[in-house]
Design a protein around this ligand. Structure first.
Ligand SMILES: [Zn+2]
Length: 409
């Protein structure tokens, strides 16, 4: 039924789409076909030309995918697709738990299948053309199946529990659901490296040698207990280099991509690692976790206000309200809120990046960090001259030039 909720949802989708396209347009206008002066010494002419081609290819593909998914969801709403799926799954089950499971399984699977050809094109055409793709067909399909299975293994019990809480607790639903999700996400972030990553990648402890000695030497200087330094086979999928920090407390570990080790000098790697340790020392990991817990608390509270709404269910094309339609409708209505919380998270994250850089610089690693960051950016053909508004809305890291400027004062 085309009621006021329907109108609001469509308006949100349209605004979201238009703002996204506008930001991309600004960003494209900022790109210059000739190597800008500020990038001389970072990109050479040839690499810059390649970067511009990569940027254009990604932009075109981005416009295509975002327009496509916008149209799919719009048509699905206009033709009451969600109500239709709801009606079908209700022929197979009555109890709210299996109905919700079936509903999200159908929607989730359909979504994965629609995305599949786009991911394929991105991996085997765009990334391939620019020499980044290392993924084999076999790895691609295994990844797809493993992600589906993982989604089911994690999603099914969690969804059962949440629906059960909803059916049995009434007004306390949002508090209990928030508690369950919070405990679960803390648990997952602690065991992510041990349970999830091995399904997709091989992690090996970094071998003894010059690099390990240099890293341990730095960890000692920084007063950081580092038991776990791992090397991950990122080269199995992409030539792009990375390093990250995961886990909490004694589960914490530093993970270096094999591609990073291949490109950077020992000192540059230590500098990148010092930046990662900086995040830990400055308590950024905890801060981000805390922020996301608060966020999900607000989200569950707002969700509880919409779950039993008949008008919302009807806007999606169903007759009666249900948990799963409430969640879906709320998800669509929540977009403006998550847009704002996303911006706040990006602002915090960019501030944290500067702090982690400054931490590395305290140990005399500023120069090495600059060189390491330049190599990583150039190797990944990163766009180094994005539009400031695009950065404000989308970037979790300051741009390379901003970071270099802070590091070299
Ligand atoms: Zn960082």
């Amino acid at each position: 039924m085309y009621n006021y909720f329907f109108v609001i949802i469509i308006a949100i989708l349209v605004c979201d789409f238009l703002v996204g396209q506008w930001l991309n347009y600004l960003n494209r206008k900022c790109a210059s076909p000739v190597l800008p002066d500020v990038l001389k010494g970072i990109y050479d002419e040839d690499a810059y030309k390649k970067q511009q081609n990569y940027f254009v290819a990604n932009e075109r593909f981005g416009v295509l995918t975002s327009t496509f998914s916008f149209l799919v969801i719009l048509l699905f709403l206009i033709f009451h697709g969600f109500g239709w799926v709801d009606g079908i799954v209700r022929q197979f089950a009555e109890h709210p738990i299996p109905v919700a499971l079936l509903f999200f399984a159908v929607i989730g699977l359909a979504n994965s299948l629609i995305e599949l050809p786009f991911t394929w094109y991105d991996t085997f055409v765009i990334e391939e053309r620019f020499g980044f793709n290392k993924t084999t067909r076999k790895t691609f399909w295994l990844d797809f199946l493993k992600s589906l299975l993982l989604g089911a293994v994690i999603g099914v019990p969690l969804l059962c529990l949440i629906v059960w809480i909803y059916e049995n607790t009434g007004a306390y639903f949002w508090l209990l659901a928030w508690g369950v999700i919070s405990i679960f996400s803390i648990f997952l972030s602690m065991f992510y490296s041990e349970w999830i990553v091995p399904l997709f990648n091989k992690q090996t402890p970094l071998e003894a040698g010059e690099l390990r000695d240099a890293i341990e030497n730095f960890a000692q200087r920084a007063g950081f207990r580092l038991d776990n330094i791992f090397l991950i086979d990122g080269s199995k999928r992409s030539a792009k280099a990375n390093a990250y920090f995961s886990g909490l407390g004694r589960k914490k570990r530093v993970v270096l991509y094999d591609t990073l080790i291949a490109e950077l000098t020992v000192n540059e790697i230590v500098a990148v690692l010092a930046h990662e340790i900086g995040h830990y020392k400055k308590k950024h990991t905890l801060q981000m976790l805390f922020y996301s817990l608060i966020n999900s608390g607000i989200m569950f509270f707002l969700l509880s206000l919409f779950l039993n709404n008949v008008d919302l269910a009807q806007a999606l094309g169903a007759e009666t309200p249900s948990f799963h339609l409430g969640v879906l409708g709320f998800g669509l209505l929540y977009a403006p809120v998550s847009f704002v919380t996303g911006i706040l998270a990006s602002i915090m994250s960019r501030k944290n990046e500067y702090q982690a850089d400054a931490f590395a610089a305290q140990y005399g690693l500023a120069q090495d960090l600059c060189e390491g960051l330049k190599k990583i950016s150039v190797k990944a053909l990163s766009n180094l001259t994005p539009h400031p508004l695009y950065v404000f809305f989308h970037y979790s890291h300051p741009t390379l030039l901003q970071r270099l400027a802070k590091l070299t004062v």
